[in-house]
Write a protein that binds this ligand. Structure first.
Ligand code: SF4
Length: 463
């Protein structure tokens, strides 16, 4: 039977969702290598990461069952117990199958150790901790060969195992933790993309890889310490979507501006030489460029849809990092439309009161106004007494609103809504004001025209 060792160094086997990640942990290095100022976004939408965590935990469970001898393979467990104990979609089951097949290829080689979800710690030369992170599974066979797996349940392709910094990080840590291991195979398994990449590393080169990791972390530390020189290590790209800094990132703001500039004859933005937007004029410039992009967006999206319609229902491209971006035409039913409150109340009168139905309706002044105006004027004008004036819609609405106000049913909260609006744009250099009573031929006119002429080295000069 294969031996399951949970930990070699002081580390704890925990559910992956509850772990604390190192600031420069293995899974962040790829982002930091692209942009040294990257910071993980604190996101409220965890649906994708929840799925990834759940699938990781299931893979962890099935691997452990083989390690303790309860099953021969991981794949057989999917139909044996995984699907009967977990609510999984067909797609999720297929993702697990894909990973299991890769694992079983290695298990067929009868590794003597299977180390599942161990905390890999890299040490610096002085013994201090460089970083740590949990690898998915490490198989050890023949006493000197390690094979480590990382399962990726996302759609973004990760860099190949031969250059992948996360894999490199685990590999260096495993070499440090297991002195007998001489070579390590690193495998990245991405079931959503149907892809597997693998590379083999030798102990003799471990310092070279450690240095590569050190540079990434050193750059990131330098960027936080000296933000004024940060821009040379910052690169906007797909990772900006996951970056907490994207709300105030100077490089991203400039990048948007340069992009928008290609489609118009507007002036190039002034470079903002810092990590984040700081001065109010930097924010103004960034806000202006967002407006420039934003204004044409609806029309642009409509054009894209038209092009997609004419292109077999989709648009696709590949980003420099290999991520494939696909937009495809989809259809959905229009939202259901409710009838009037009176009719709904009538239909449901056995179980719901009219007041309860009204409670679900959203009243708005805009919707109420025409109803009240029409109803009041019709009622009043159909019973006009002799000499009595007709009720106008304006007067009807005034009557109605003052009644509602008197009953406290219509009020204007004291709070003010503040918003940012683009003012009419002004030129920096204003013309000198014309004399108050300027007449054609007037002596003042001559003086005024003179004042508009450039001086000797003035506007007329090319120098
Ligand atoms: S938003 Fe800015 S800091 Fe974040 S990854 Fe993009 S360029 Fe880097």
């Amino acid at each position: 039977m294969t031996t399951l060792i949970q930990s070699q160094t002081p580390s704890t086997l925990t559910n992956s969702a509850t772990r604390k990640h190192h600031k420069f942990g293995p899974s962040r290095l790829e982002y930091l290598d692209t942009c040294a100022a990257f910071e993980n976004r604190v996101s409220s939408d965890t649906s994708y990461s929840d799925e990834g965590t759940m699938l990781h935990d299931l893979m962890d469970d099935v691997i452990k069952q083989v390690a303790v001898g309860a099953f021969k393979t991981t794949l057989e467990q999917i139909s044996e117990w995984v699907t009967s104990n977990h609510e999984l979609t067909d797609e999720q089951i297929n993702y697990l199958r894909f990973c299991c097949k890769e694992c079983d290829k290695v298990l067929a080689l009868h590794p003597e150790q299977v180390l599942s979800e161990i905390n890999v710690v890299i040490k610096n030369e002085d013994g201090s901790e460089f970083n740590h992170g949990y690898l998915d599974v490490l198989f050890i066979r023949g006493g000197n060969t390690g094979i480590l797996f990382d399962f990726k349940f996302g759609y973004i392709p990760v860099p190949h195992a031969s250059i992948n910094l996360q894999g490199m990080n685990y590999m260096v840590g495993v070499f440090q933790m297991f002195p007998d291991i001489q070579r390590i195979g690193v495998k990245f398994v991405q079931p959503k993309l149907g892809s597997v990449s693998e590379a083999i590393f030798e102990r003799a080169n471990v310092y070279e890889y450690y240095e590569r990791l050190q540079i990434v972390v050193a750059r990131s530390l330098a960027v936080s310490k000296y933000p004024e020189t940060a821009q040379q290590f910052m690169k906007p790209g797909p990772y900006c979507d996951y970056c907490e800094n994207s709300k105030h990132c100077a490089v991203l703001a400039n990048h948007r501006a340069s992009f928008a500039n290609q489609f118009g004859s507007l002036p190039m933005p002034v470079p903002i030489a810092s990590l984040t937007l700081e001065k109010p004029q930097d924010w103004a410039l960034a806000r202006y460029w967002v407006d420039v992009i934003d204004k044409g967006l609806e029309g642009f999206k409509a054009q894209c849809q038209q092009v997609a319609e004419n292109n077999g229902g989709e648009l696709r491209c590949t980003l420099p990092n290999g991520e494939e971006v696909v937009y495809e035409m989809r259809e959905r039913n229009s939202d259901r439309v409710l009838g009037g409150a009176q009719d709904i109340s009538e239909a449901l009168k056995e179980s719901v009161t009219f007041e309860q139905i009204l409670g679900a309706a959203k009243l708005s002044l805009t919707a109420l106004k025409p109803i009240v105006e029409t109803s009041m004027t019709e009622l009043h004008n159909s019973n006009l007494q002799k000499g009595e004036k007709k009720l106008t819609k304006k007067a009807a609405w005034e009557q109605a609103t003052s009644t509602l106000e008197a009953l406290g049913l219509l009020s204007k909260p004291d709070t003010k809504i503040r918003f940012l609006q683009l003012k009419k744009q002004q030129k920096q250099e204003e013309l000198p004001p014309a004399p108050a009573a300027l007449q054609i031929g007037d002596a003042n006119e001559e003086a005024y025209i003179q004042s508009l002429q450039p001086g000797e080295a003035g506007m007329g000069s090319n120098t």
